[in-house]
Ligand binder design. Structure first.
Ligand code: XMP
Length: 314
């Protein structure tokens, strides 16, 4: 197990050797936040952290990231690209197509900003499980270009990967040592809420799943603090493409269906659905159908393990 304080000092010293400017794509996740903060300690304003708001972020995520990076003194830029993303996603309902469009759009924006900044290096939050299964071998923190997970070769940037040998629990330790308030944050997929709206992820449907995810997260966080349950590996809401009949007051209603997904896992390769206490499920369901009564009138709980299911629904 690493010693976080020594680890940070060592990585900062290593990155100080770099001659030039670096960019980092800050997604809001723990890995990219920790990488940004460490690189910033070494490079100061020669590092630019780029956060792209795709429109598929969690509620308040953009504001939170902006203030965390500000607090940590990381030179950063928030790009509001919501409209650009929504436009490209119009009429698209296939999950892989959605992933491709979001990935490509992200790269286009990121490249544009990296070029403007005049970057020579790309900092990435790669951690050990990201490469172990692909059979890569042990490497230094700073290496020349390899497969950068979607960022095209033509960027021609050398890589800095301070967290390359760490596991998630070690990254969280380093995050705590750095004083990053989101050290315990759950993983969030790159395409974000776009793959939590089944089918076309319109702005309206995205708003519904954003609010529902927020409620699921808050209620489960509360239940964990009250000692009612263990914190799941991931917990969120999915908006299904199914409308069902309900009643509101004395009227018939016809509204959307939300599925709650919560799983225990250690690496996301396999997972078991979380045994959420029924009173907690009741609280979540009641809150969603009260606060979102114009949109949602049915809430279901996903009791599928992985395999055969996956964690996300798309
Ligand atoms: P699945 O749904 O395949 O997810 O069981 C395993 C883990 O990966 C996350 N996930 C993604 N992460 N881009 C990402 O960066 C993606 O396209 C993507 N799809 C799934 C998921 O949240 C879970 O942690």
């Amino acid at each position: 197990m690493i010693k976080p304080k020594e680890f940070i000092e060592e990585k900062v010293q290593e990155i100080k050797e770099v001659d030039g400017k670096a960019v980092v794509g800050c997604s809001g996740g723990v890995d990219s936040t920790v990488s940004s903060v460490i690189a910033s300690k070494a490079l100061g304003d020669d590092l630019l952290a780029i956060y792209v708001d795709t429109g598929y972020m969690r509620k308040n995520e953009t504001e939170e990231m902006d203030s965390i990076l500000e607090e940590m003194g990381v030179n950063h830029k928030v790009i509001d690209a919501k409209e650009e993303f929504y436009e490209e996603m119009e009429g698209v309902s296939d999950p892989e197509e959605k992933r491709k469009i979001i990935g490509n759009k992200f790269i286009e924006i990121f490249e544009r900003e990296a070029e403007k900044f005049g970057a020579d290096y790309l900092v990435q939050g790669t951690i050990a499980p990201d490469w172990i299964e692909s059979g890569d071998e042990n490497r230094d923190t700073i290496k020349s270009h390899h497969n950068v997970g979607g960022l095209p070769e033509k960027m021609g940037l050398d890589l800095i990967e301070p967290l390359y040998d760490l596991y998630k629990d070690e990254v969280r330790k380093v995050a705590r040592e750095l004083g990053i308030s989101t050290a315990e944050k759950q993983p969030f997929p790159g395409p974000g809420l776009a793959i939590r709206v089944i089918g076309e992820a319109t702005p309206e449907k995205t708003e519904i799943v954003r609010e529902a995810c927020h409620i699921v997260e808050n209620e489960i966080d509360k239940a964990v603090e009250e000692g009612k349950m263990e914190r799941p590996w991931q917990y969120f809401a999915v908006l299904l493409p199914v409308k069902t009949v309900g009643v509101q007051g004395d009227k018939r209603a016809y509204g959307h269906t939300i599925a709650i997904r919560a799983v225990q896992s250690s690496d996301a390769m396999t997972a078991r659905f979380s045994r959420i206490p029924l009173d907690v499920l009741d609280r979540i369901s009641t809150k969603i159908t009260n606060e979102m009564k114009d949109e949602v009138n049915r809430v279901v709980y996903d009791v599928t393990n992985k395999p055969p299911g996956t964690i996300e629904w798309e």
